[in-house]
Design a protein around this ligand. Structure first.
Ligand code: NAP
Length: 258
């Protein structure tokens, strides 16, 4: 019997879990998913799971060598830029092929009033000109960017409770997607939200807020994604990533790169 190839999936996303689920059923593959450990009770992927940082790119390269990883898939959230950079450096160091699995970003539709910004700091700068009651859906990290906006009121939605520094006038809504259109409409109505802030996370699970904002005629501040590290191929879906794994590990052999 041949030894299964080892695929390390850097996860924390729906697509990462979907990929692990698909690979687990293939007897030629052993899959390990890695989670950062940010969420107190994460949804666990199928297959082996490890939790916690690697200690930078060098630590990840070391882990890859020690555990005989044959291919690396960076299925982290589109905004987990540090991990994605580390993955690119580690893959080069350890000579293993790397794929970035990134769901496509959202596209504005007729009736949308989107303001594209490069960062949370830029979003905070723009906000006072757009509204007073903010639905902030960018996650619990990075709230410091909004902490000085005392004239605004924030509804902050996050999986786990945020820690200071946070906006002074803030209500926290602990919840995790998927979110329904009906639920998003109700939040905007009940809290009299007049501006929404979101990262361009993409995907269906959290998209209904964009429809609800369009219907309510309120502006949306959309934080643009950081770029995928240069030279790293990108798959848009877990199925595409499965095909890439098969191509890299069976058609080209475990030593193939790129
Ligand atoms: P980040 O800023 O890119 O990464 C910071 C550090 O966290 C990394 O250097 C690494 O530590 C560790 N890390 C990140 N992802 C990891 C993983 N999958 N496995 C092991 N260690 C990991 O990441 P982040 O934005 O804080 O996101 C953390 C996790 O939450 C990611 O897995 C991401 O997929 C998920 N997530 C992020 C967002 C978001 O908006 N950023 C949204 C939803 C989910 P070491 O250097 O010690 O290895």
């Amino acid at each position: 019997m041949t030894v299964p190839v080892h695929v390390l999936v850097l996860g924390g996303t729906t697509e990462g879990r979907q990929l692990a689920e698909s690979l687990v059923g293939d007897p030629r593959v052993r899959v390990t998913s890695s989670l950062a450990g940010r969420v107190a009770a994460p949804r666990l992927p199928s297959g082996d799971v490890r939790v916690g940082g690697f200690g930078g790119a060098d630590g990840l390269a070391e882990w890859v060598r020690e555990h005989h990883v044959d291919a690396l898939v960076d299925a982290t959230h589109p905004f987990a830029a540090t991990m994605s950079r580390n993955a690119a450096l580690a893959a080069a160091q350890a000579h293993v092929p790397l794929l970035a699995l990134r769901r496509p970003g959202w596209v504005a539709q007729d009736g949308d009033s989107w303001h594209s910004v490069a960062s949370l700091a830029e979003a905070a700068e723009l906000l006072p000109a757009l509204g007073e009651r903010v639905f902030l859906t960018t996650g619990r990290m990075g709230l410091a960017a909004f902490a000085e906006l005392d004239a605004l009121w924030f509804l902050v939605r996050s999986v786990d409770a945020p820690e200071p520094p946070c906006p002074r006038r803030m209500e926290v809504l602990l919840d995790r997607g998927p979110f329904s259109l009906e639920g998003e409409r109700e939040i905007i109505r009940r809290h009299r939200i007049d501006v929404l802030v979101t990262k361009d996370s993409g995907g269906d699970a959290t998209a209904p807020k964009l429809t609800a904002a369009r219907e309510a005629g309120i502006p949306v501040v959309v934080v643009r994604r950081p770029p995928v590290p240069e030279g790293v191929p990108v798959a848009a879906t877990a199925d595409e990533a499965v095909e890439w794994v098969a191509r890299k590990l069976y058609a080209e052999g475990p030593a193939a790169s790129g």
